[in-house]
Design a protein around this ligand. Structure first.
Ligand code: HC1
Ligand code: SF4
Length: 570
């Protein structure tokens, strides 16, 4: 152990601990804008400076390790003055029109400037707007960039994509797209991890919610909303409510208050996805074996974008099933329009997703089954939902729980766990077991595939058939796994891939908590919902059964193919 004093408090920590971590161990939080543990420890922002007794120069606490006998001061007059100057220098190059900024109230720079009592921006404010609306779902506002390098490092070290890089030098240093490409022309997967790790609003998702207010006010338009599994774990995080208070029933009530005519649930179509994808897996099992390749899940558009640019030879091994978001849209614009007895063009289908890539997915021209218009008309992130709730001054704590509407609002626990890494696989195995053996397994018998390790694998005996499965999340991990498969070092029959670390619960459209990773706690919340759900198997969803009986026939039928499958060719 190393012994030192921080702000006169005796501290004892293991060798190799940074000064910042040592301070945190005794409750002293040293501010920083760029630090991300193990990802970005480059002291670019110089806000975490501390004074080391006996030294003239201040040192950065995020990348200097403790030494025996050190005496550190985190708030000495010298530190305060240097920290203030450094924040002012950052502000000198930052568009500080905070009242109209997307991250106002959730911006690390804003809160540090406030904490330091910087009530005035000492530098002239003549920033020019880059103009709204934007077409691409991921937006970079260069005037807000503070060059902390987090986006560069997250995209490189976690996602292995290298989309962002440093451009120019000196005072013109900025972040640009590698190869001097436009973002739209790069291989960006739209996972949005750069957004959730940006401390300010230099990176953000396109906001689309204003566009649906008119639709909700129009008496000729029938608005439907579907909510993704992962959204229920996080929708009220930024509204000050705990996960226990922010139940799915209260979320349904909030959506009705906002003005949606029908409040539905993506877990309904997650169950439908299992019926289609599970049946497809069984029908392709022998030919996949001959190729020595697995079938890959297809519900994550970040992963689909990744595979198309990085491993196009694997596209034929993707499941042809559309994602639950798109299946929902297709079913609502056909079957549900019929149930209501209205022309589908009167329906306006909105999704609330934890995801930025879903905004792109809904815009893929060949994804639509509706005769006119799109299956999913507008995709909002979890952050946009919270913003709408705030804008309408809805008090979450005062809402009574309300049920989702039927028939597209009923889902099973298997559909709920889609939002956490391994969940799609677990849900598929529950139903595949039933399809192979004719009986249900113990609902939790495939829990081996749960967990936060980069990837998990399992070999299962399904009524005498050996099935080898894996689930991976994060695109850096995915690349490693795929390389092993291609080199013949790993053999699987079925592989689930989710682009975001931890799955959709850690999605790029989820609420932002500077430097804090909440994917695993949100994932646990989904497992609790699954356990509480009286239905644990997708094939037992009565509304999905009714849909097949009344409209689709059976899984993989011609109608099902027309509405629920795609060749991923655009
Ligand atoms: Fe997901 Fe999915 S789990 S992809 O992350 O298959 O976004 O939550 O809605 O479509 O169900 C997202 C989540 C979501 C789809 C489902
Ligand atoms: Fe979107 Fe989920 Fe895929 Fe992330 S893991 S890109 S949130 S679908």
């Amino acid at each position: 152990m190393v012994n030192l004093k921080i702000d006169k408090i005796d501290v004892s920590v293991p060798e190799g601990t940074t000064v910042m971590e040592a301070a945190a161990s005794v409750g002293i939080k040293i501010p920083s804008l760029c630090y991300l543990k193990n990802i970005n420890e480059i002291a670019a922002c110089r806000i975490c400076l501390v004074e080391l007794k006996g030294k003239d120069k201040l040192i950065t606490s995020c990348n200097n390790v403790v030494q025996e006998g050190m005496e550190i001061y985190t708030n000495s007059p010298k530190v305060r003055s240097a920290r203030r100057t450094n924040v002012q220098l950052i502000l000198s190059q930052h568009d500080s029109r905070c009242t109209t900024c997307l991250r106002s109230g959730n911006c690390a720079l804003q809160s540090i400037a406030n904490d330091l009592g910087l009530m005035d921006n000492p530098f002239p404010d003549d920033w020019v707007d880059e103009g709204w609306p934007r077409k691409y779902p991921l937006v970079r506002t260069s005037q807000k960039c503070i060059r902390c390098m987090r986006c560069v490092q997250v995209c490189d070290k976690i996602q292995g994509m290298n989309i962002w890089d440093v451009a120019n030098t000196g005072s013109r240093t900025t972040i640009g797209v590698t190869g001097q490409r436009k973002l739209e022309n790069s291989d960006c997967t739209l996972c949005g991890q750069c957004i959730t790790h940006c401390p300010v609003a230099a990176l953000h998702a396109r906001e689309d919610w204003q566009g649906i207010l008119d639709k909700m006010a129009d008496p000729d338009v029938i608005t439907l909303v579907q909510v993704a599994p992962a959204v229920r774990t996080a929708w009220a995080e930024s509204l000050g409510f705990s996960r226990e208070e922010a139940t799915p029933g209260r979320m349904a009530a909030a959506l009705r208050r906002l003005g949606f005519d029908y409040v539905f649930d993506t877990i309904f179509s997650a169950d439908l996805t299992i019926m289609e994808e599970g049946s497809e897996f069984l029908s392709r099992f022998d030919s996949l074996k001959e190729d020595g390749m697995p079938m890959f899940t297809s519900c994550c558009p970040g992963w689909i974008r990744f595979v198309k640019t990085q491993y196009p030879q694997l596209v034929p091994y993707l499941s042809s099933a559309k994602s639950p978001q798109q299946m929902f849209g297709a079913v609502s614009k056909t079957y549900f329009a019929k149930v209501l007895g209205v022309d589908p063009s009167r329906l306006f289908c909105v999704s609330i997703m934890p995801c930025v890539a879903k905004k792109h997915e809904a815009d893929i021209p060949t994804i639509n089954a509706a005769e006119k218009g799109k299956d999913v008309d507008c995709v909002l992130t979890t952050r946009e939902l919270a913003r709408m709730i705030r804008a309408d001054r809805i008090v979450v704590g005062a809402l009574q729980e309300e049920p989702f509407d039927q028939p597209l609002g009923l889902g099973t626990g298997a559909g709920e766990i889609f939002g956490v890494t391994g969940g799609v696989m677990e849900a598929a195995l529950r139903s595949a077991y039933y399809l192979i053996t004719g009986k249900n397994p113990e609902p939790d018998s495939f829990r081996e595939i749960r967990g936060q390790e980069p990837w998990r694998e399992s070999e299962l005996n399904m009524g005498g058939t050996r099935v080898r499965v894996a689930a991976v999340s994060g695109l850096g991990n995915t690349r490693k796994l795929i390389e092993k498969i291609l080199r013949g070092e790993k053999h699987y029959d079925f592989v689930e891939v989710m682009a975001c670390p931890g799955g959709c619960v850690g999605g790029g459209g989820q609420p932002i908590h500077d430097g804090e990773e909440l994917a695993s706690v949100r994932g646990e919340a989904l497992y609790r919902l699954d356990k509480k759900n009286p239905l644990r198997f997708s094939h037992e969803n009565p509304c999905v059964q009714q849909l097949y009986k009344e409209y689709l026939g059976e899984p993989l039928s011609e109608k099902a193919h027309e509405l629920l499958h795609t060749d991923h060719n655009s």
